[in-house]
Design a protein around this ligand. Structure first.
Ligand SMILES: [Zn+2]
Length: 203
């Protein structure tokens, strides 16, 4: 069995190589559902770092996070929407690389502390309709300004209600929102999971 505890360096994109899937096992979301849309910004240079920091776009997260995400996505789909993912689990080495590019805790979590993305319990998401069209959320992903905050209400009414809809379903599915970033959600139980440096294979 591939270890997912601590700073394991082993590739773990192949679910079949894991003997037993438990809640904290890292798995690839696409192996459990084909109902998600992907726009993994850090696998491109279309992000605030202006740098590609992932070798390829994969959404690895702990199995319990996958289960909660699928629950949320099913609820969104009943209303005509789907989750689009911007970021999932982020290995600690990638966090360090991001920190080297932008060493400011306002924009990048300090790798010495680690973020919930490093623990496999956080996702950055938005909603699209079944045609893939973006649901207006007021700002782009990783917009660093007050307009991205859940507390900022000087926005069009449809944006406010879209953010509320996202938050309501995610919260009901076991996630916690983050005040200053409308796109960030983390599983409530993720904080006690260890930071990881496990990597996925890019084939
Ligand atoms: Zn995030």
């Amino acid at each position: 069995m591939i270890s997912t505890i601590g700073y394991c360096q082993a590739p773990l994109n192949k679910v079949e190589t894991v003997d037993e899937i438990i809640d904290t096992t890292f798995v690839n979301l696409k192996d459990y559902s084909s109902d998600f849309i992907y726009d993994m910004r850090y696998a491109t240079d279309n992000n605030f770092l202006k740098a590609q920091v992932y070798d390829c776009a994969e959404c690895l997260i702990r199995y319990k996070t996958v289960k909660a995400l699928i629950k949320a996505n099913n609820a969104f789909m009943r209303k005509g929407f789907k989750i689009k993912l911007y970021d999932c689990y982020r290995p600690l080495d990638i966090q360090k690389r991001m920190w080297t590019i932008v060493s400011n805790p306002k924009y990048v979590a300090d790798p010495s502390k680690g973020s919930i993305h490093n623990r496999g319990g956080a996702v950055d998401i938005t909603l699209v309709n079944f045609d893939g069209e973006a649901v207006p959320m007021g700002t782009d992903f990783d917009f660093f300004g007050i307009e991205a905050s859940h507390k900022y209400i000087n926005l069009p009414t449809d944006v406010i209600s879209n953010r509320k809809f996202l938050k309501k379903v995610m919260t009901a599915s076991g996630f916690k929102s983050f005040d200053s970033e409308w796109w960030h959600y983390n599983l409530k139980s993720a904080l006690k999971d260890p930071v990881s440096n496990a990597k996925w294979d890019c084939n």
